[in-house]
Design a protein around this ligand. Structure first.
Ligand code: AN7
Length: 380
């Protein structure tokens, strides 16, 4: 008898911890179950003995962690009879919303900041058939409009203020504990709206027996008290560390930022929607926030691609840029296990990648001698 079981997405895989019933029609593209890759070259290169992993969320169906939340949000929207979903987005949420809406047979409306989303994300939203509405304003303006318009039109908001989004995204923490057999000592993430850092904390908390109220009192599932209290899988939770882009760092400024700017357009967010939750996560976990410059972010992206063969988008590299700095300074001590979430795939933003490497391409005549010379003069 075959014992093969087909992986059919994170809701099925973690069904008993997800807000679905036996009758729920699950809208899935097989998301989740992403690789946790141990970095082999970078720790040695910086001379530090750390167990450093990246959770490669770019390998989700639409190329980002947003699929985890979107499978859950769209599943529930459809179950509740919704015919349309809407979101504001710096790109990845719109790509995921467009794909899951297509799968479900409903309409996706996406508001994006004109000229400020990476090309791959725009292509995704368009090809999946979302109604793409560019606004002459940034993500924060789009988010405010989405909240307003949802009161006047029959559409379900699928930004991370939708509590089902965080319920889907918490599964990333489950996967890490399931794979390592324990929680890591530190978990580092890029922070924009701070939904993902909140979702990870929900997941880690649910897996570690804890009696405190759920960090999201809005969590429709837990109703303020985690119903999994007592069903412990691991005995500890990690220290949570959130890194922002320096030009877009409200958690460092201690207040909202009105004109965020960064090369990492995914996290070009000045008014984070999960502001209060993220502060609670920081305090409960004993963690911290920090910021990285665009130069540090792009250097970390390059380091991952060139030294480890892992291509993530700029926003994702923020987690590694910050973690490496804190490992080097000893704030994250040697001997620690550290997971950095790589939230989106590098192919999302080909323009930024090519711009970084413009002078590394050779152009030669189409003849043997020229190609041979190019090879021999570039052997390392
Ligand atoms: C690659 O798509 O907000 O802190 O509208 O795409 O949970 O907001 C994207 C966010 C990090 C930040 N990395 O996560 C959107 C959007 C990538 C992202 C974040 C985003 P949150």
């Amino acid at each position: 008898m075959s014992t093969a079981t087909r992986y059919t997405g994170l809701i099925e895989h973690y069904r008993d911890r997800m807000p679905v019933t036996a009758d729920t029609r699950i809208i899935s593209l097989g998301e989740g179950n992403t690789p946790l890759v141990r970095l082999e070259n970078i720790p040695g290169a910086i001379g530090k003995d750390v167990e450093l992993y990246v959770k490669y969320e770019g390998l989700n169906p639409t190329g980002s962690f947003k699929d985890r939340g979107m499978t859950m949000a769209v599943t529930r929207a459809v179950e509740e009879g919704s015919r349309a979903i809407i979101c504001a987005s710096t790109g990845n949420t719109s790509a995921a919303a467009a794909a899951y809406a297509a799968r479900a047979g409903i309409t996706a409306f996406v508001l994006i900041p004109e000229g400020k989303i990476a090309l791959g994300k725009l292509a995704q939203a368009m090809i999946h058939g979302a109604v793409v509405i560019q606004i002459r304003g940034n993500f924060d303006a789009g988010m405010a409009l989405v909240k307003e318009v949802a009161d006047h039109a029959p559409v379900t908001i699928v930004n991370s203020i939708n509590p089902y989004r965080l319920q889907g995204q918490k599964t990333a923490a489950f996967e890490i504990v399931d794979e390592l057999g324990r929680a890591p000592d530190f978990h580092c993430l890029p922070v924009g709206n701070a939904g993902n850092i909140t979702a990870h904390w929900i997941g880690y908390s649910e897996y570690a027996q804890h009696d405190s109220a759920c960090v999201t009192t809005a969590c429709a599932f837990c109703e303020g008290k985690c119903k999994f209290s007592g069903k412990s899988v691991t005995d500890k939770r990690p220290v949570m560390v959130g890194y922002q882009a320096a030009g877009s760092a409200p958690f460092m400024r201690g207040e909202m930022v009105d004109h965020p700017e960064t090369v990492a357009t995914a996290i070009r967010i000045g008014h984070p929607q999960s502001w209060d939750y993220a502060w609670k996560v920081k305090d409960e976990s004993g963690g911290w926030f920090d910021e990285c410059t665009d130069e540090e972010i792009l250097a970390a992206q390059k380091l991952l691609t060139s030294r480890e063969g892992i291509f993530c988008e700029p926003a994702s590299a923020t987690s590694v840029a910050g973690a490496l700095r804190d490992i080097q300074s000893g704030k994250i001590p040697e001997g620690s296990s550290v997971v950095c979430t790589l939230t989106g795939h590098g192919l999302k933003d080909p323009d930024t990648a090519i711009k970084q490497c413009a002078d590394t391409m050779l152009t030669v005549d189409a003849e043997l001698g020229a190609v041979k010379d190019a090879i021999l003069s570039n052997m390392s």
